[in-house]
Write a new protein. Sequence first.
Length: 337
Amino acid sequence: MESINYNPGKQRGAYPVKGAFRQSEKTMKRLWLVRAMVVAVAFLCMAGALAASTTPAASSSSQSATSERRPVDVYLIGGQSNATGQGYMANLPQGVTPDQRVMLFHSGGHLKSGAEPNTWIPLRQASESPDRFGPELGFGNRLQELRPDRKIAIIKHAYSGTNLYRDWAPGKTAADRDNWGKQFKTFVETVEAGLKGLHEQGYEPTIRGMLWQQGESDTPGQPSEDYGKNLAHFIGRVREQFSCPNMLFVYGYVLPPPNNREGRELVRKGEKDVDQDSGSPLAVKGAFVVETDDLSHRATDANTKYPNDHVHFGTAGTLELGRRMAEKTNAKPAAAK
């Protein structure tokens, strides 16, 4: 029988093989860990590169959205009863309707159009009652006709029986709110709301001009004497208030013949002096007065209830007043830019 030799040294020689396997296992774990770290770093780098590549695109998209805003020319309307308007829709010539391409935003309360106030709507009448209109119709229709390629928007706040020296007082500066008259405050709020609404609709509004029909309530007394000075200051303040230093300012003479009330001549002299071309020290660049003495009065309107009213322009007179204001605006494009 063959003998089996037991050699403890050789048996112990098997242990190094098991140790080597453990060493290999540790090495593998380390390699997997390294690989995982490499993958993680690569992922982070790719994410960073992706973010970097998309940021300019987002910025470019934002800039594009801004540049794609649609331009719109904004015109403001303010004043008293001949600005609210005493023309009657029922007396308009056949075929005369508001141009629906023109936009209108008007204050609420005193002005009523039959539509929601303080929101943008297609051009329509906005006066003390929905059956009446002011210079907005003649102006909007005629200016759109003269400038067919321009988008036109009108913001209107007017209040009958109000004066310039107190009700429309604009204070010394934009910061002088304590000395703003009630109507000037509402006017500013209305314009700001209108401009905000245009921005929200994707427009880029620019205030090009303002129409002003007022002065009757500044007679008689000291306000009559100060009317020219007060009007010049008012124009400057509106331009300052809305950051539109070159805004055109177009206005019409008040109290046409046969009116002869006390203070009339002083107010009308103030209106004449403020005109850019008057040569007066009160002349304001970009301010132009419109002739009105030949316009029809409410006293001569068809079916009038006011046969003695020669203070207010009638239907044809109010329509023509707006048209003349549009033609004056169109004739002075440099001042409106």
